[in-house]
Design a protein around this ligand. Sequence first.
Ligand SMILES: Nc1ncnc2c1ncn2[C@@H]1O[C@H](COP(=O)(O)OP(=O)(O)OP(=O)(O)O)[C@@H](O)[C@H]1O
Length: 655
Amino acid sequence: MGDEDWEAEIINPHVSSYVPVFEKDRYSSGANGDTFNRTPSSSSEMDDGPSRRDHFMRSGFASGRSLGNRDAGEPNKRENTSTMGGFGGGKGFGNRDNEFDQDEGMQRTSGLFGSRRPALRGTGSGDTSQSRSGSGSGRGGYKGLNEEVITGSGKNSWKSEAEGGESGDIQGPKVTYIPPPPPEDEDSIFAHYQTGINFDKYDTILVEISGHDAPPAILTFEEANLCQTLNNNIAKAGYTKLTPVQKYSIPIILAGRDLMACAQTGSGKTAAFLLPILAHMMRDGITASRFKELQEPECIIVAPTRELINQIYLEARKFSFGTCVRAVVIYGGTQLGHSIRQIVQGCNILCATPGRLMDIIGKEKIGLRQIKYLVLDEADRMLDMGFGPEMKKLISCPGMPSKEERQTLMFSATFPEEIQRLAGEFLKSNYLFVAVGQVGGACRDVQQTIFQVGQYSKREKLVEILRNTGDERTMVFVETKKKADFIATFLCQEKISTTSIHGDREQREREQALGDFRCGKCPVLVATSVAARGLDIENVQHVINFDLPSTIDEYVHRIGRTGRCGNTGRAISFFDPDSDNHLAQPLVKILSDAQQDVPGWLEEIAFSTYVPGFGGSTRGNVFASVDTRKGKSTLNTTGFSSSQASNPVDDESWD
Ligand SMILES: Nc1ncnc2c1ncn2[C@@H]1O[C@H](COP(=O)(O)OP(=O)(O)OP(=O)(O)O)[C@@H](O)[C@H]1O
């Protein structure tokens, strides 16, 4: 079923069991949190309209707080969008304009290096502007795959609030959202979930380290010789044993070396860089930073999504508890003034999304001269065509120490070789490369199942699965923002408590959705790839790829939302032969590398779509792709990301 069909069905549902979502919300906190589904009185609106379509147009769906509605206050709004209101971020039902059809992941092939993002263009509002889609002319911000909005190019385009970044008249409404402060009590700061039954199996994962003069791995936290406060925090966080990526990365970072580390999802990469950085800071006798208009942090950490950078910040706050190190987080979709207020109070570790970081640097609230550590989490994403230009600008900003003078650290579960080569520009030539297990491999604690399901059968299959999973927490990934809303609404109609997260939702809604999912109020979260990377949510037992992503790396990240830290999880993917055949070959490899059953039909498709040079399944060839400096085989789990790269400009989603 194509998007057109989804729309048609929601507007003019033909299924007899259809009940409008705004009558159904007693069952669910709904696809959009506190919106339509808590409006039982709206049933009357149902009855007096001449058509279902009119109900949607007249009902709360067009109110600006309704499902996916991004139209309120949108300048230059297209007429049909405004009359339709609601779903899909201003992409009105039935609108067949190409522009409106572009969405985060409509395209099935990836751009160069797997990017769906074009090079920067124009002057955008960046992440200073409200998260909205639709016409939005003059807004160059990108919200696509799993990323934040990027500002326009050049320093002059790092528009701040005062300069028009948020308040300029072509920029859309000013962002006023101030995220609630995280709880300050110690129990909340150190809240954690238990490692799983397979945690000890991490010890058996092969690790390869390449580069010269690598320091030996450590086997225990004690060997790291950290200060007492850090050790206390590690204990309070419930960490008793190092994960492999920590065993290798901590001594490397403590030795002052640059590092590119690739380790499976959920295996503790965040602590692997935070702990040694904090240890360095403590050893260097860092002094508490004070209120100053210009802050000069020692460390900058960047990550591609707002929720992820916030999570990293919470980890930094946890491990620096009781020290004078102050971590600050800034990200798009929130009030710029709020970010500035956080920074001026003192900042040693700045956790930021790229767009907001460049805005703040442009406003001269952050000076870079003291930077000793630059961390790129989800580094392959941070260096691809989407964020790469922004990261290059960052390292060439006035004051930024050269790569010889700073320590640069890159972490991810996937590292396409093309991106590794790009990374060289950021790293000292003697950087070390740590590969834990198969580069880009899937976590073996996730049981992967692939069903062959055509578009028209996907919803039925989804409901069937969700009925069997009960209240177990499940993330359902779809390919477009619009479809995320459709599916979330559909599940609410089916009395399955569901919420959704995607790039067209306002930040407040995104955080509410994540909160509802985390606490179990909505055990099902429908998400686009914006939630694919890094998110660490307790008790996510299932990931369902309702739509498969366009690249195998994205698949690896998505399924990595479950089966974390030695816990087990399940991932079910709907493979549609009409659109997913290009993934058959890399999927077979991922499955066989992770010692999963490979369906015969998938092998057949993989065989029939064989691409010479990919290399096929290489079970046992654990380090088929590692450090590109070795000039080894080009086999990697990204499969076709470069060889079949499409024009990235065709392959993005702007709004
Ligand atoms: N040594 C440890 N002992 C116990 N728990 C740990 C340890 N290291 C990390 N964890 C926990 O494991 C979980 C996953 O860690 P983290 O989010 O850093 O994984 P990751 O490798 O960055 O995953 P992803 O690739 O998805 O970003 C977190 O809840 C973290 O607190």
